[in-house]
Design a protein around this ligand. Structure first.
Ligand code: THG
Length: 257
């Protein structure tokens, strides 16, 4: 499982405050602690309440880069802010994210090429997020085709079937799992699959339980990567146990350590 730590996101009050006050220590500690807890990459998202997003993204990426060279997933919908983030990365970055819309693909795929970046493709379009697996899959196929037309390596493409909160779109939870399963059959090798896991539990009462239950199911359907909370110890244990039970790692009595 490829883990992208979700915590450097202006959606969190401590991060929003640190960005506003240019408090490097808070950001750098969050980066190093997520890596210590097993993150392979870090999501970098300014959140909404930022006055000058261009200089804020530059500050944020450079601040993280002072303490680690880990992969960063630049999480913004603004093209100029995306490019600024990619420019400041010390190692191969990930673009988070594109929709299946032509104007997005036409700008973000060339950007991925220019910066040798990975790309997360959301199975959504201007019309929104389709409610069933087949329609999500059609969008995934479109993104995959456009990626391969540019001669880019399929290993660098992540398809995100977009999980919504279970209390908002409950019927879509199994559709997302089915999409993950189907994406694996699109090409040889297939693109990777990814989810923003914490979405599934937003606004619910049992967040951690819902997150880890859904992650275990998604793993069984072939999920390879997730943006998640590395500080959730029960989530980590459930994930490691699922990996053992799926015969992806070898069982030993100390497999949780
Ligand atoms: N796909 C991709 N990228 C994504 C998402 C996705 N990036 C953003 C998001 N979704 C994944 N990251 C988060 C981070 C935090 C939360 C949910 C998803 C979250 N935050 C608390 C909340 O809203 O309740 C914040 C409040 C707090 O605790 O301070 O749940 O799907 N490609």
């Amino acid at each position: 499982m490829y883990i992208i730590g979700e915590r450097i996101n202006g959606m969190f009050k401590d991060v929003a405050k640190a960005i506003r006050e240019k408090n490097k220590r808070i950001i750098q500690e969050l980066a190093l602690k997520q890596i210590e807890k097993g993150a392979d990459a870090l999501d970098v998202n300014l959140g909404t309440a930022v006055e000058d997003p261009l200089s804020a993204m530059e500050w944020l990426v450079k601040t993280i880069g002072e303490v680690t060279e880990i992969t960063l997933a630049i999480d913004t919908t603004k093209l100029a802010v995306m490019e600024k983030g990619l420019q400041c990365c010390k190692s191969k970055p990930i673009i988070n994210s594109t929709s299946a819309d032509e104007e997005k693909l036409n700008t973000l795929i060339p950007l991925a090429k220019k910066y040798n970046a990975g790309l997360i493709g959301l199975t959504m379009s201007r019309k929104g997020i389709p409610s069933d697996a087949n329609s999500r899959l059609e969008l995934a196929i479109h993104i995959l085709n456009r990626w391969q037309e540019e001669g880019l390596p399929v290993e660098d493409l992540y398809i995100d079937a977009v999980i919504l909160p279970v209390n908002v779109a409950q019927a879509q939870c199994p559709e997302v799992l089915e999409t993950i399963h189907q994406v694996k059959m699109l090409s040889q090798p297939p693109p990777k699959t990814i989810l923003g896991l914490s979405n599934v539990s937003q606004g619910t009462k049992y967040r951690s339980l819902i997150n880890r239950t859904y992650l275990v199911m998604a793993l069984a359907f072939g999920l390879e990567a997730a943006i998640l909370d590395p500080f959730d110890e029960e989530l980590r244990q459930a994930m490691r146990t699922a990996e053992v039970l799926l015969n992806k790692t070898v069982y030993c009595d100390s497999y949780l350590k």
